[in-house]
Write a protein that binds this ligand. Structure first.
Ligand code: F6R
Length: 369
């Protein structure tokens, strides 16, 4: 059932092109409108919402952080992302004009369930982005958009993460269309950018050998840092989480712009620092800013492990190790740049002899608060 792979996690990493393609399949009707899977939300309600709050935990919350960049950009609706366990206790401003999006692979994470219930009590509308059919969040939400990643067995989330980003993007595109933020041709262009992703994800998987080799050489590291800006920031957080949970190595993800505000003090000779470098064809100055962050840490002795897009020779000049992913519109890039980081954590943990599918102290679904 591992399909020839040594671990469920490795299989699930390789399932990712399919997970994204399946999550996209058949979603849009002839009028360009999104099909939700279960439950109906009045279009009037969706037209009148003035705020979106994503509630989720762990990796699912990082999918929410990625989605925030896209949904705000496309819809101009303010988006907050709350850890579900913090949400209830901060007395959040929630009312009938709030759309709460609960993201959960299992649909059984107790903190996320409690956040959904709290939001509904305040009159909010709740959409679940859930992987497990018939799970508690799927049943309790006002509507569901299923991620069709298939069962995720490994404790560490991989394909569910990509599917969560994909489904959140569909929701953002749907809202942009419904609320008139985008012309039909712009909506069609976004959907075709998404449709192009499974093949690009496959390409990342097909060219992943260099990251495996580097990972296997790093079993004795004690700390690894991850830097990203814009959508690369949540990718950095996810890369760090994967490494902590699988390899039991201290890892931290930072917004690259925060470096000078503290974290750069951690950089010392030979310290490995991953940097997610955005496409040079993306928003002006994003690429240059991140490259200057690479130079800053390297000047202080860091060993720079750079994820960059194919053809970015400038990035290669500042990298001790470079890992290429295909170029894509910036909002689509998390679906690619996170994959080398998943593989890195998997390989490093395997090299240390750890059980990557069942890391110590962790359960697949956290059903207690
Ligand atoms: C990390 C991981 C966890 C889950 C989190 C939420 O690899 O798997 O951080 O993402 O526990 O779980 P769900 O999505 O089931 O609510």
């Amino acid at each position: 059932e591992k399909g020839g792979f040594a671990t469920f996690m490795d299989k699930e990493i390789h399932d990712q092109p399919t997970a994204v393609a399946d999550t996209l399949r058949g979603r849009v009707d002839e009028n360009g409108r999104l099909r939700l899977d279960e439950g109906l939300i009045d279009e009037y309600v969706l037209k009148s919402i003035d705020k979106i709050i994503v509630v989720a935990c762990g990796t699912a919350s990082y999918a929410g952080l990625v989605a925030r960049y896209a949904i705000e950009h496309w819809t101009r609706i303010p988006v907050e992302v709350d850890l579900a366990h913090e949400f209830r206790y901060r007395d959040p401003v929630v009312n009938i004009k709030t759309l709460v999006v609960a993201i959960s692979q299992s649909g059984e994470t107790m903190d996320t369930i409690m956040a959904v219930r709290h939001a509904q009590q305040q009159g909010a509308t709740v959409i679940g982005i859930v992987n497990t059919q018939g799970s508690t969040i799927a049943r309790e939400a006002d509507a569901v958009l299923y991620t069709r990643a298939g069962p995720e067995i490994a404790v560490a989330s991989t394909k569910a993460f990509l599917a969560q980003i994909t489904a959140s993007y569909l929701l953002g595109i749907f809202l942009a269309e419904l609320r008139g933020n985008k012309f039909p041709d712009e909506i069609a262009a976004l959907l075709s950018e998404l449709d192009a992703m499974p093949a690009k994800i496959q390409r990342v998987l097909d060219t992943a050998e260099p990251i495996r080799v580097v990972a296997r050489s790093m079993a004795d590291e004690h700390t690894v840092l991850f830097l990203g800006r814009h959508v690369g920031f949540p990718v950095a957080l996810e890369g760090a989480l994967k490494l902590k949970e699988l390899a039991y190595i201290h890892a931290e993800g930072f917004a690259a712009g925060e470096l000078k505000h503290g974290p750069i003090a951690l950089v010392e000779q030979d310290k490995p620092v991953f940097v997610i470098v955005p496409s040079p064809h993306g928003p002006e100055s994003l690429h240059a800013k991140v490259l200057s962050n690479v130079q800053e840490v390297r000047a202080r002795g860091a060993r720079t492990l750079v994820i960059a897009v194919e053809g970015d020779e400038e990035a290669a000049r500042h990298a001790d190790e470079i890992f290429y992913v295909p170029d894509a519109p910036v909002l689509m890039t998390p679906l690619l740049s996170v994959i080398p980081l998943q593989i890195f954590a998997h390989e490093l943990a395997s090299a240390k002899g750890f059980d990557v599918d069942q890391p110590r102290n962790l359960a697949k679904s956290v059903t207690v608060e």
